[in-house]
Write a protein that binds this ligand. Structure first.
Ligand code: FAD
Length: 429
């Protein structure tokens, strides 16, 4: 049985970034365990592709994700330039439709600098100023954030894997973790194909499955999770220039972990609308439906723990679920949500579905969505749960923070080394 010092479960952007830092800093035997044939096949490739500036993140509720997003912006820019990958600074218009939403934009103008942004990065515009820049947007007011970029995070993950491999990390692909066994200071991991490895330290970065894996280690037993599929529609070429920047709207339900669908520019220049947030039964239900709402809810109540049941009694949440469900079944309903701020858009402008992705937010024991990322440590293990948007943006800085926390907990007692790095660890942490 092959023995490792550190085994990272999950070859998404997070697991790959952590492997990069550890292999860069330590003379240790590192493996990344991934059930697919390549890294970044799930959420890390199935997202909106925006490098977010954290003006819209409440520093008191989402401080870790916000700080990581701020620090990572320059890191990704350098990475894209060094590797010759697309980096398109299209900017974002975050629009308010009425005076109440405008007040939220005013709050955002404070949050941006609190999260580290320069005041010059975002302007608060009135309706006329918005229309002068983007004639096809109708709104009460908007923040124009100039620094948001669009990229291909799947490509970022694969390129970062190459860097990590250069440092000596082994990527064990097509290995689905099934069970674990603790043996005197080292953990045996058994895969679906019956192979086994052992490792002194385990890092759990399994995305939508990270809660299930934490529970195998006896952690987070009071938490549950739900899965929401985000679907997109691609604009036909002749309509892709209707608006040249991303357009997001102030969320109507800020306590829920998803935004209303937006207009987005992709790194290849195409435009799409999405994502909605359709409840589905697993972190990888990318297509198909689970029946009507009633059947789905009763299915959910069968499988969920007490904490999720409390959420299902929340009327706002259930209204939202119904709305999201309809926007999945009907393209027209999805486009009507975009027409609120882009009245010229019509359902017939969109004939092809984009790539869907799934968010898996954690539900706390008292039945609320957990707003920020959750780190848990076991005896010889470290678990990252609820690593949701803007997690792709924040991955390089957040993973450095994880490595720093593991150092402080004494989980990385290996000989250090200094290999050339794209980014400087000490400056970031
Ligand atoms: C619709 C949508 C839009 C988004 N848009 C943005 C955006 O514009 N900007 C942004 O910054 N963020 C965005 N995000 C969030 C971002 O994509 C995620 O935070 C990030 O990709 C999470 O990376 P990860 O490595 O944790 O998860 P993943 O990429 O899902 O990786 C987890 C990996 O673990 C593997 N795995 C799971 N279980 C096992 C097992 N048992 N054995 C072996 N391997 C296993 C999986 O195969 C997978 O490859 C979006 C997310 C969604 C869903």
């Amino acid at each position: 049985m092959e023995k490792y010092d550190i085994a990272i479960i999950g070859g998404g952007l997070l697991g790959t970034s952590i492997s990069y830092w550890i292999s860069n800093l330590y003379d240790a035997k590192v493996a990344v365990i991934e059930k697919e044939s390549e890294v970044g096949m799930h959420t890390s490739s199935r997202n909106t592709g925006v490098v977010h500036s954290p003006f819209y993140l409440n520093p008191d509720k989402k401080g870790k994700l916000a700080r990581a997003a701020f620090l990572s912006h320059e890191m990704w820019k350098t990475f894209a330039q060094t590797k010759g990958l697309p980096w398109n600074m299209v900017g974002t218009m975050e629009i308010a439709l009425d005076e109440n939403q405008h007040k939220i934009l005013e709050k955002y103008m404070d949050w941006g600098p609190k999260n580290g942004m320069s005041e010059k990065d975002a302007d608060l515009l009135n309706s006329n100023e918005v229309t002068q820049r983007e004639p096809n947007i109708r709104c009460h007011s908007a923040i124009h954030c100039k620094t948001d970029a669009v990229v291909d995070y799947g490509e970022f993950t694969r390129k970062l894997k190459e860097e990590s491999q250069r440092n000596g990390t082994k990527f064990l692909l097509n290995k689905k973790l099934e069970s674990i066994e603790d043996l005197d200071g080292s953990t045996t991991l058994a895969f679906q194909n019956k192979e086994k490895i052992s490792s002194k330290i385990i890092v759990n970065c399994a995305g939508g499955y990270s809660l299930d894996i934490a529970k195998k280690f006896g952690l987070a037993n009071d938490y549950s999770s739900l899965h929401f599929r985000g679907e997109y529609w691609i604009a036909s070429e002749q309509y892709s220039n209707l608006v040249k920047t991303n357009v997001y709207s102030v969320p109507k339900y800020p306590d829920f972990p998803f935004l209303d669908p937006h207009w987005i520019i992709r790194s290849d220049g195409k435009s799409e609308v999405g994502p909605n947030a359709v409840p589905v039964s697993s972190p990888e239900t990318y297509s198909g439906y689970v029946g009507d709402i009633e059947t789905f809810i009763s299915k959910l109540t069968e499988v969920v723990t007490g904490s999720t049941r409390k959420l299902l009694l929340n009327a706002d949440f259930m209204n939202l679920v119904a709305k999201e469900w309809l926007s999945s079944l009907s393209k027209t309903v999805m486009i009507e949500r975009i027409q609120e701020f882009m009245p010229k858009v019509k359902p017939e402008f969109f004939s092809e579905r984009g790539t869907a992705g799934i968010r898996t937010p954690l539900i706390t024991p008292d039945g609320n969505f957990l707003p920020d990322v959750l780190e848990l440590s076991g005896l010889n293990s470290y678990h990252i749960l609820n690593y949701n948007s803007p997690g792709a943006t924040g991955a390089p800085a957040y993973s450095a923070y994880v490595v720093k926390s593991m150092q402080e907990k004494g989980l990385l007692q290996y000989k250090t080394r200094k290999t050339d790095s794209i980014w400087d660890f000490e400056t970031i942490v």
